[in-house]
Design a binder for this molecule. Structure first.
Ligand code: C6P
Length: 404
């Protein structure tokens, strides 16, 4: 059981009003809110030990370095990576994916194949298209069905000895579908392909074990799991990270530099050129600590209750259609009211203090599949309540009345 009163008191933003109404924040899939415990860590960093890391002998630099590296260990432990140097700090999921796509440019040749899923966010489509343009590799897509589930027997047909990389998200941002990543990983490994899983939408809800999954790469953003924006991580198996070339050149990522030859630093620094988001990295660790004190089992159970409660109430509204009806899904409800543009519904909800996302959710191929311009997406976090869902349902009814 979650102590909702105590949890909500941790989030100062939940006390504010929007348009004269109490804020109901249901845009958690875009970015989650930040608890005071993480805000305090950010304030502490800039108030007491702001300094560049891995560079100075002075006390502030050493303190900042120690805390930044301690946060890397927190991330390692959370994802159960074998080594801390398998955790690369990045600016977020998009950066992590581009780093891998760039690295694979030197490993792929014409005719090699990359498999992605039909449920991908644009950040999981465009970098692979760019990689294919560069290398002559071919992009193949695992199709989806009307429930927003991947058609797994089609995946079997796509895999072959030319498959070099398989890429899917763990959970779809637009529909909430939880993908069968264990099966995806096992089958890809049977043909010798590497697997990258985008955990951006999974990490706020579940605690992935990268060794147990035997995944080659796993990526996430801090801002979707109670941390700040502009920081994220890439987990990569040591042997894969050693195989990939550096992404960017600059300070920090070198062993020695001369005008005739430069040698690169070892892991993880080879992939961390320049001054990183130091405060962000430390706060990322604090966010993970915070979420673990709430507990991922309790989070998943409560969010499932919210999902069922919202789904049941919303489908009773005549003319409302939910997109994404997979058996296995997380706390995201994407829907439309018949004949009404999602943007108009979102605008009315905003007037009522309810924050939802509207549009294609950076997943245009999913919207094309359903032949719609977009949806209204309400995404719930562990600090949301059933009373807030009641407010959403009555807001949607009001929007329907005003716009019909
Ligand atoms: N989805 C959403 O509203 P960044 O922006 O790099 O932190 O994350 C990109 C990203 C990658 N994969 C998935 C599955 C995602 O959901 C996102 C971000 C947000 O759905 C903003 S578009």
């Amino acid at each position: 059981m979650l102590d909702l009163k105590k949890i909500r008191a941790d989030f100062p933003i939940l006390k504010r009003e929007v348009n004269g109404k109490p804020l109901v924040y249901f845009d958690n899939a875009a970015t989650s809110q930040t608890p005071q415990q993480v805000i305090d860590v950010i304030i502490d960093y800039y108030s007491n030990y702001n300094a560049n890391i891995h560079r100075g002998v002075h006390a502030l630099s050493q303190e900042a370095t120690d805390k930044y590296e301690a946060a890397r260990h927190t991330i390692q432990k959370h994802f159960n990576a074998k080594h801390a140097h398998e955790i690369i700090y990045t600016s977020g999921t998009t950066h992590s994916i581009n780093l891998i796509a760039n690295g694979f440019a030197s490993l792929l040749k014409k005719g090699d194949e990359i498999i992605v899923s039909a449920l991908e966010h644009h950040s999981n489509i465009v970098p692979w298209q760019m990689l294919c343009e560069k290398t002559g590799a071919i992009l193949k897509v695992i199709p989806m069905n009307q429930d927003g589930e991947l058609v797994m027997h089609e995946y079997d047909n796509l895999l072959n000895e030319n498959t070099k990389l398989v890429f899917t998200n763990h959970i779809s941002n637009a529909l909430g579908t939880i993908n069968p990543i264990e099966e995806i990983i096992n089958k890809a490994h049977q043909v010798g392909a590497a697997v990258l899983i985008d955990g951006a939408q999974a990490c706020p809800h579940v605690k992935p074990d990268v060794q147990d999954l035997d995944v080659d790469f796993y990526v996430a953003s801090a801002h979707k799991m109670c941390g700040p924006t502009g920081v994220g991580m890439l987990y990569g198996k040591e042997e894969w990270l050693n195989k990939l070339p550096p992404y960017q050149g600059g300070g920090e990522m070198i062993a020695e530099v001369s005008f005739t030859k430069t040698t690169y630093a070892g892991l993880p620094h080879k992939f961390e050129a320049g001054t990183p988001n130091i405060c962000g990295g430390i706060a990322f660790g604090a966010a993970i600590d915070y979420m673990n004190t709430i507990g991922f089992d309790a989070i998943a159970k409560y969010e499932h209750e919210l999902l069922e409660y919202a789904t049941k109430a919303l489908i009773e509204i005549e003319g409302l259609k939910i997109y994404g009806t997979a058996n296995n899904k997380t706390s995201v409800v994407s829907f439309n009211l018949e004949g009404i543009h999602p943007y108009d519904v979102g605008t009315i909800l905003d007037k009522l203090g309810i924050a939802v996302r509207t549009g294609h959710h950076c997943a245009q191929p999913i919207m094309d599949f359903f032949k719609i311009p977009g949806t209204v997406r309400a995404s719930f976090a562990f600090y949301n309540t059933k009373e807030e869902i009641d407010a959403l349902v009555s807001g949607v009814k009001k929007a329907k009345m005003m716009l019909s």
